[in-house]
Design a protein around this ligand. Sequence first.
Ligand code: TNX
Length: 530
Amino acid sequence: FAAFLAAALAGCAPASQNGDTVSVPPVVPAPASIQAAGAAFALGASTAVEGDPDAAAALVALVKARTGVGLGDSTGTGGGRIELRVAAGGAPESYRLTVAESGVHVTGADAAGLFHGVQTLGQLLTRDGDGWVVPGITIDDAPRFAYRGVMLDVARHFHPVSTVKAYIDRAASLKFNALHLHLSDDQGWRIHLDSRPELTARASGTAVGGDAGGFYSKADYREIVEYAASRHLIVVPEIDMPGHTHAVGLAYPELAEAPVLSDDIRETARVHGGGLPAAGAPYEGIAVGFSSLRIHDEATYDFVADVFGELAAMTPGPYLHLGGDEALGTSADGYATFVSRASDVIADLGKTPVAWHEAGAAENLADTTIGQYWGYMSPTDGMDVRARAFVANGSQLILSPADAIYLDMKYPPSNSDVAGPSLGLEWANGPTSVEQAYSWEPSDVIAGIDDADILGVEAPLWTETIRDLDDIDVMAFPRIAAAAEAAWSPATGESELRTWASFRERVGALGPLWSSMGIGFHPSDEIPWA
Ligand code: TNX
């Protein structure tokens, strides 16, 4: 098979492995099935693009950025046609891509499937002398998991709409379908709500390290939601409660408990600066677990109802995330009471609640509540017990193992001339290499949990040390591709492409495509970059 593919894919990601030259199709995430076919399709300006207009526009833009060729110019060189169609039937988001000398066909089971197929086609574009070709190939592809997310923390550092759109483009190119926005934390509240205008008026102006804050207007949020939808992503807004709520206290002091100044909080202030949290003053450090909403005050639940009620009306996607992590400033009983009531508020709004896995400790969560697991690949501290509780309750899990796909973890120092970025944190078992980000299997993380219990996989990017799109790019790429593969591709062992050796070759071949998209990826020396 390898030799057959190598012949058909001449020019694609050749690499030396154990002395042999092998070629793998540079498709990431690895498709469900791929077969080499006949001769390549040569692409030129006069190649016609037919069918679905949205998919055609996406393809034309991608090809232009990658190759400089403006498709659909009948006076240009080349010829043939690329047909992009939706034909109902088949799994959601699936597509078939066939490439022959005479033409290219991408058929999606739905608009999202067609869009994903176009992304694959973009990855297959290969330079051939002065021109560009797509190797002869047949791909049948469908996602393993329904939910494939990226999370961006816009609270620790605020990221403007333009950056969010750029991250959406990046995620869409890897077939992610959910953007989780962490919209509130101790350091700031980032979404304007008409029902609670003091939040952005009083609690959005600053960020970690004294950097400028910011917030999204309702029009900004709509723009993000619409842009995401045009790339087939939903937006999952998170309002983190009952901890991570110091900023709420700046706007509505009557809702907040006084900060709990534990030894950990003092130590974090000593090591990272930012001072100690103080009621009524913005917090610019990076400690966690000192703030709490008042659990035994009905005014708190009026607040929860206002916030999620307004967010539900603004959010077409099915999920609202209530946070629930690291509520160390809240009693265990109080925490359980709070997260169950908050989950009920969301469920009563007709939305599906999502909570970080700690909320699995509460007995009366709304039974639709999805748990988001952020423990390690090998669970510690009973985090797997909390995660299993969501499944026992009748719901599912999103897996975000911190020592694999927390994109804010430092890279290891490089062993060659490639300097690792200085950004990132290290708490999740130290730095995370690209190989470590790749080398885990979703169904192996939590004993007793299999594919049916897993809604999907999400790669969070917390932004304590991350200030702008350049920082985002270097931390996310290439490790985000490992998360995409865990979320989309067949399970480890079920495809010969699902190995680190194959992944690193395929990722390496994507370097030029990523550069053409303006992505300043970390040129990790673990990857044989083309
Ligand atoms: C833990 S894991 C957090 C965040 C931090 C992050 C930094 C989890 C749900 N919460 O509050 O930003 O670590 O890596």
